[in-house]
Design a protein around this ligand. Sequence first.
Ligand SMILES: *[C@@H]1O[C@H](CO)[C@@H](O)[C@H](O)[C@H]1NC(C)=O
Ligand SMILES: *[C@@H]1O[C@H](CO)[C@@H](O)[C@H](O)[C@H]1NC(C)=O
Ligand SMILES: *[C@@H]1O[C@H](CO)[C@@H](O)[C@H](O)[C@H]1NC(C)=O
Ligand SMILES: *[C@@H]1O[C@H](CO)[C@@H](O)[C@H](O)[C@H]1NC(C)=O
Length: 479
Amino acid sequence: MSLVCFTVVFVTFLMTGAHCDVTEVFAEAGAPAVLPCKSTNNTPSTIIWTKANKGTVWRKLKSGLQYWGSSWTQKGIQRVQCPHPQFVRGDYSLLINNVQWDDGGLYSCSVEAGGWVAENLVMLRIITVSISPSEPILGRDVSVTCDVTPWPYGASVRWMLNGGPVSSETAVASDGVSSNSIVRKKLAARLSGNWTCVVSYKGKEGRASANLTVRGIIQPPTDNTKVYAAVGSSVTLPCIFSPGLIPSSPAWEKLQPGSLFKPSPSLPLPSFSPSSPSSQNPWDKSTALKEVGLKDVGKYRCSGTIQGQKLTRDMQLVIAKIESSVPSKRKGYVTVTCQLSDDKDVTNYEWVHVSYDVNGTQSFGSIQTGKTLIISLVSEENRGAWVCRFSGKEGILGNITYHVQMMSGLSGQESTGFSHNTAALVGLSLLLLFLLLVVAQMYKNHQRRKRVFPYPALETIVHTIANEREERERNQVKQ
Ligand SMILES: *[C@@H]1O[C@H](CO)[C@@H](O)[C@H](O)[C@H]1NC(C)=O
Ligand SMILES: *[C@@H]1O[C@H](CO)[C@@H](O)[C@H](O)[C@H]1NC(C)=O
Ligand SMILES: *[C@@H]1O[C@H](CO)[C@@H](O)[C@H](O)[C@H]1NC(C)=O
Ligand SMILES: *[C@@H]1O[C@H](CO)[C@@H](O)[C@H](O)[C@H]1NC(C)=O
C-alpha cells in the first residue's frame, strides 16, 4: 500500500505536483458501494480500476475494448459496473454490488488522457455487525460485534439501538485492534431490536446494523403484566414462547399472596385447561379459565425449561365486577359501579349502552363516562345492557356487562295506581259524610233532650223512634 502511494506521489508529483490523497468509503456488507473517480478530461484514452493484491477490476482501452476482472463475477453476473449508466460524463466511479468482507481494501483508478495519467486512490472499508449466538435466549449471555475491514486505526465507534443511543454501561469500548463489541451478561427483552454500529473516520461515517431477536417467552413480553377479566367470563392467561422454542416441563402455578410471592403448591390452580388445544402450537403454553370467580384474583406464573434454563413469566389476574344498589330516595333507579380488584392502571371508565334486536345482534348506543352510572329502570332507552369499558394509557383494558332488568308491566301498573287512589278518595268521602251525620245526630239528640226533659217517658218514646229512624238512615247511607 505504501509502495502504491509512493508511486502515486512520485507520478503525480512529476505530472501535477499534487499530493497523495486516499478517499475513504464505508459500505455495509451486502450493500452496494460507489468508489469515486472523476476525470476532468472528457475523452480519456484509457481507464483502469485495480485493487491492491487482486489485480484489474475493470479496464477500458483507447479502442473502446472493455475488460472485467474474472474474480468480480458472481454466478455469471458482473458485480462491478463502470461507467455506471446513471453517472454523468467524465465520471468513472466504480459501482460494486453486494460488497463482501474481502472486497475491503485499497483501490486505484488511473485515467490516461493526452499523455497524462491521473490516479485516484480509494480505501473501501466493509462494516458488519454480528450477534452471537444468533438467536440468544433470554437471560443468557449475548455479544454484539462491529467489525470493519480494514480496521481504521483511530476511528471512533458508537452504538445505537433502534435509532437511539446505547447507554455507556452496556457498551464495551473498542479493543482498538480489530473489532468493537458489546457484551451483556444477561440478555433482557429491552436489548432486542436494530443494533447499529456507527464508525467515524477522517470526516466520513459508515454504519451497519443487525437485528437482535430475543428468544424466550414473548407473550406477555414483561413480568407483572395485568390480565383483566370480568366475573363469570372466561379468560386466557397468555404464555407464548418464541416460534419453534418448545419448552420442556412447562408449568403453571398460582403465587401465594403476601411475602415475596413465593410459589405455593398448596394453592390449587383454578379449573384451568389449555386454550383451544387443536389450534395450539407446541410453543404456546397459554391456559384458559372457563369462568372467573372473585377467588381467582392474584398472581400466576408460567414456566418452562429451554436448554437447561428455566424461563418464567409472572402475570396478575385482575377481576372486574359490577356493584349495583338502589338509591333510597329514587324509586325506579339503580346505581351501578364498575369495580376492579386492581385499578392502578385504569385511567378512564365509560359506560356503553348495548341494545339487542330480534336476531340478538347487538348495537352500541350512547356513551357515559365515569365509574358509576345511574340507570332509570322505567326509561325504555335503557332496555338491553350497559357495558362498563375501562381503559388505561395503552387503550382499552377490558369490559364488563350489566344487563338492565326493566320494571315490568309499566303502563298497567300506572292505571291500577290510579284506581287505587280513586277508591281511597271515595272511602275517605264516605267516612267524612258518616262523621258529619254522627255530629248532626248528636246535635239533634241534644236539642231533643232539652225539649222533652219535663217528660222523661215521652223522651224515651221519642228517642226510640228517633233511633229507629237514624238506624234506617244509616243503613241507607251505607247502601
Ligand atoms: C436499523 O437502524 C438504522 C439506523 O437507525 C437504519 O438505517 C436501518 O435501516 C435499520 N435497519 C433495519 C433492518 O430496520
Ligand atoms: C427484527 O426481527 C424481528 C423478529 O424476526 C422482527 O419482528 C422485527 O421486525 C425485526 N426488526 C427489524 C428492525 O428488522
Ligand atoms: C334478522 O335476520 C333476518 C334473517 O337473517 C333478516 O332478514 C332481518 O332483517 C334481521 N332483522 C334485523 C332487525 O336485523
Ligand atoms: C367487550 O369485550 C369483548 C371482548 O373483548 C368485545 O368483543 C366487545 O365488543 C366489548 N364490548 C364493548 C362494548 O366494548
